[in-house]
Design a protein around this ligand. Structure first.
Ligand code: HEC
Length: 138
């Protein structure tokens, strides 16, 4: 009696893990993205100015300088220093862009950016839209 109870318990726990794994695989971030009209200069660069350049200046050891004037050319179609062969930003692909994984903090390419923090949802939406619209220098 006691052992069959234990077996039943194990089956229930097993089913729970399978179920949660299935839900996780759907990737809720990718399916729920709402595209908004954005410009790199007026919407994206200010996010970097306010949250990133305190570390990501011309001396950053990854080579990723996010200051105005250098950020675009060091992000778009540039191979990541730490997570090659992925690009820091691959236009039209959130999934392949190291930057996207780091701002949503899903740990696919190391820890969240900024470290220990989370950009506002609106800032994340702007960066997602910018990549989905081709990561233009506009
Ligand atoms: C407190 C300092 C700090 C801040 C603030 C910060 N970063 Fe970072 N960043 C790092 C460090 C350290 C690394 C290297 C370790 C790693 O990849 O996680 C890094 C790595 C990265 C990488 C990978 C670079 C490569 O080529 O492999 C990206 C992309 C990135 N940061 C984006 C950002 C963005 C965008 C912001 C602002 C939203 C930001 N970071 C804010 C310290 C910081």
């Amino acid at each position: 009696m006691e052992t069959s109870k234990k077996i039943l318990q194990k089956i229930i726990v097993g089913l729970f893990f399978i179920l949660t794994a299935c839900i996780a695989e759907e990737g809720p971030f990718v399916t729920e993205i709402e595209i908004i009209d954005v410009s790199f200069a007026t919407d994206i660069q200010p996010i970097f100015n306010n949250n990133c350049i305190v570390c990501h200046d011309q001396n950053h050891f990854t080579g990723l300088d996010l200051q105005e004037g250098s950020s675009y050319n060091l992000l778009v179609n540039v191979t990541s220093a730490f997570y090659a062969p992925n690009l820091r930003v691959e236009p039209l692909s959130l999934e392949n862009s190291v930057l996207w994984h780091k701002i949503i903090g899903d740990d696919v390419f190391g820890g969240i950016m900024p470290p220990g923090e989370h950009l506002s949802n609106f800032d994340i939406e702007k960066i997602e839209s910018w990549i989905d619209l081709g990561a233009l220098n506009n």
